[in-house]
Write a new protein. Structure first.
Length: 214
């Protein structure tokens, strides 16, 4: 499996860390293929009958986000993402290995990715500080932004629940990276996009094409 996925680079970590933005910049500069775990999870993987993802999809918005405690949200989210990770591997293995792929999303957990790595330079995990995460979430789903949790009754409570879930997930990712010897970077907003891209390029340097796509 490591040999078959040697062309895959992984950007994991907590929500609101900028993984998708950086993967797009990286892919554009180096002509990489992008695989977004969340996109496939929502549109394809959760629809499989009999899965934890399918059970989640049947819940109301309040049952998903407002009623459970944050730790329950965490364990359910991990279960759904881990279950979908097998489908992620199927998708990646079906892609040609002639072009480097950057796979990104919260579901790329360190403990899932580590066994697939031929080198620790194939993966990086980005974890936002709480202040950074809350600031991004406020811009996306704050006052006047009703697209998150449409139809939910306890919207503010749901947002607070998800924020606490994300903090718990971040802590688990940080501890897992330390245990597995994988690179984890705290994102606090002090780096601009160019500096953040440079950080990711530095990590992936041995696995990037010889010349950029510019």
């Amino acid at each position: 499996m490591r040999a078959r996925l040697a062309h895959v680079l992984w950007i994991g970590g907590g929500p609101q860390a900028g993984k998708t933005t950086l993967s797009r910049l990286l892919a554009g500069k180096w002509d990489l293929r992008i695989y977004n775990l969340d996109w496939h999870q929502v549109r394809e993987h959760v629809r499989r009958p009999g899965t934890a993802g399918a059970a989640f999809a049947r819940l109301s918005m309040d049952e998903r986000w407002a009623i459970p405690r944050p730790v329950e949200l965490l364990e359910r989210s991990i279960a759904v993402w881990q279950e979908g990770f097998a489908r992620v591997l199927d998708d990646l293995l079906a892609q040609p290995d002639t072009r480097t792929i950057v796979a990104e999303g919260p579901g790329a957990f360190p403990w899932c990715v580590a066994p697939l790595l031929g080198s620790v330079r194939q993966a990086i995990f980005l974890v936002p500080t709480r202040e950074r995460r809350d600031a991004v979430a406020a811009r996306r789903w704050g006052a006047g932004q009703e697209s998150r949790f449409p139809g939910i009754v306890e919207r503010e409570h749901a947002l607070a629940n998800v924020s606490e879930r994300d903090a718990l997930l971040d802590a688990r990712i940080v501890s897992s990276c330390a245990e597995l010897g994988l690179r984890c970077e705290r994102i606090d907003g002090s780096r601009d996009l160019d500096a953040s891209l440079q950080l990711v390029e530095e990590q992936f340097a041995p696995h990037l094409p010889a010349t950029p796509n510019v």
